[in-house]
Structure formats: structure tokens, C-alpha cells
Design a binder for this molecule. Structure first.
Ligand SMILES: [Zn+2]
Length: 269
């Protein structure tokens, strides 16, 4: 079967990176059944012919997202499993094209696979990052990291900046690789715009957001680096839980030590 990737090496490389990360999410145990979803803005990788591709289906969006007009996204499919996205990304995901008004999208390749039911949330986040934050972030990734989700079951960790600072203080890398810390969104019904809007509020200050008793959502410029942020936070969570399991409270890096990193590595405020 022909694939849109056949004559577009840059797009094929991007989809290969997405498949690589989907495999990690599964291997890490963060993607049970069809848990998690990924969308990546691939507009800069598309060639002109993509504008003329016929649509399998046109779908209305629940709003107008002007900053994304005429943009293209790879999106994992609704009900699809990350372990299968890893093996066959174009049979478990699709390429969509947002229309010129930003209020609907076409499914254009390779198959008529409906995108994740979380697509309206993802689109509103992509639109927010571009239109309001003025950033060219391309990735929205949602997954269920076991250790990080476990920590959201403790009330005091849900206060602003408490969990983020704790995870920063476990190893220097976390302070460096996740410089904007961790946002927290109280429990909400999955898939709702309430959850999306609460997440967008947190994306004002953070690139990674924890959803209480559910999972995490990260935005980034690159799918591999977006995974790296979640992976690094997970590493910190494991060190914390490992110390607790061994029966002691970890000493944690001091605020002075963390501030010193911020200066040395010129981290954003
Ligand atoms: Zn989820």
C-alpha cells in the first residue's frame, strides 16, 4: 500500500521518532491498553502536494483554532494501543489537515483512522502555545507514568510547586531538563474540556502537568525531548519512592544547590 511517508523522508523520520517514543511508553508500563495519546505538528515537514490530498473524512472541531489554520498533525488513533503505534504508526494513527478557518479537519493519510478522542484537547493546547505563548511547540504527549501518578495520591503534593520542587531536589538533571517544574491539575473526568482548560492554565508556567490520580501531559518542541522530560521526572519519583521504601526520608538537594544549577545552566525563571 502507498504511504504518505514514501516520498517524504523528513516526515518518515518524524513518524519514526513518534513510533520510537510510543514503544518507550509501552515498555515503561505507562501505556496500559489504549492509555495515552500523542499529537505532533508536522506542518513544516509537509510538501505542497499534501494540500491537494483528498480527505477520507472531514470532522468539525468544537471551536475555532485560528493559529493552527492549514496546519498538519500526526495523531495517534482513537482506541489504539501504544505498543501497536510503535510497530505500525500509520495503521494506528493518522495525518490530519486543519482547514483554512481553523474549525474543522480532514483525515488525509494513510487510512481513515479517527484521531484520539482527546484531539480537541490537544488542538486547544497546541493553539494556546502558539497563539498565547508565542511558542512553536510541536508536541502534546499524554501518558500514565506509574510512579508519578502514585505521588498524586498524596494530598500535600497537590499544593502548587510542592511535587515539582521535591522531584527537582532528587537529582540535578531534573532541575536542568525540566526547568519549568511541574503543574498540577486536580482530578477531572478524562477527555473533558474542563480537564483541557485546567491543563492550559498550568501550561502558562509549566511544560509538564500532572493530572491527579490519572497521568501526565507534556508539551515540547520535539517528541524525543518531550519524552525525556517525563522520563527524567519519573527517575526522580523512583529515587524518592526507593528511599521511602528503604525506610528513610531522602535528604534532598538544598534550595541553594538547586539555585546554583539555575545560574550555572542559565535556566529560565
Ligand atoms: Zn489518560
Amino acid at each position: 500500500m502507498n504511504s504518505i511517508l514514501d516520498n517524504n523522508a523528513a516526515l518518515a523520520a518524524q513518524v519514526s521518532d513518534i513510533a520510537e517514543v510510543a514503544g518507550y511508553l509501552w515498555q515503561r508500563g505507562w501505556a496500559e491498553r489504549n492509555g495515552g495519546n500523542i499529537s505532533v505538528n508536522v506542518t513544516e515537514l509537509m510538501d505542497k502536494s499534501a494540500n491537494n490530498l483528498l480527505a477520507f473524512a472531514q470532522v468539525q472541531l468544537p471551536g475555532t483554532f485560528k493559529a493552527l489554520a492549514n496546519n498538519f498533525f500526526y495523531v495517534t488513533g482513537t482506541g489504539k494501543r501504544m505498543r501497536y503505534v510503535a510497530a505500525k504508526p500509520m495503521e494506528n494513527g493518522c495525518i490530519i489537515r486543519i482547514n483554512a478557518s481553523g474549525d474543522a479537519y480532514d483525515i488525509i493519510a494513510d487510512n481513515n483512522i479517527a484521531p484520539t478522542s482527546e484531539l480537541p484537547s490537544h488542538i486547544s493546547m497546541h493553539n494556546y502555545m502558539r497563539a498565547v505563548k508565542g511558542r512553536n511547540t510541536k508536541v502534546v504527549c499524554h501518558t500514565h507514568p506509574t510512579d508519578l501518578v502514585a505521588l498524586t495520591h498524596k494530598k500535600e503534593f497537590l499544593e502548587p510547586n510542592v511535587l515539582g520542587h521535591l522531584l527537582w531536589s532528587m537529582i540535578p538533571e531534573t532541575r536542568i531538563i525540566v526547568p519549568l517544574g511541574l503543574g498540577i491539575v486536580p482530578y477531572n473526568v478524562p477527555g473533558t474540556m474542563n480537564l483541557a482548560n485546567a491543563t492550559i492554565e498550568q501550561l502558562d508556567k509549566h511544560d509538564v502537568v500532572m493530572w491527579e490520580k490519572h497521568g501526565c501531559l507534556a508539551v515540547g518542541d520535539d517528541i524525543i525531548e518531550t519524552f525525556d522530560m517525563i522520563d527524567t521526572l519519573s527517575k526522580s519519583a523512583q529515587i524518592y519512592l526507593c528511599a521511602k521504601q528503604a525506610g528513610f526520608e531522602p535528604e534532598c538537594m538544598s534550595k541553594t544547590q538547586m539555585d546554583e544549577l539555575a545560574v550555572y545552566f542559565k535556566l529560565p525563571e
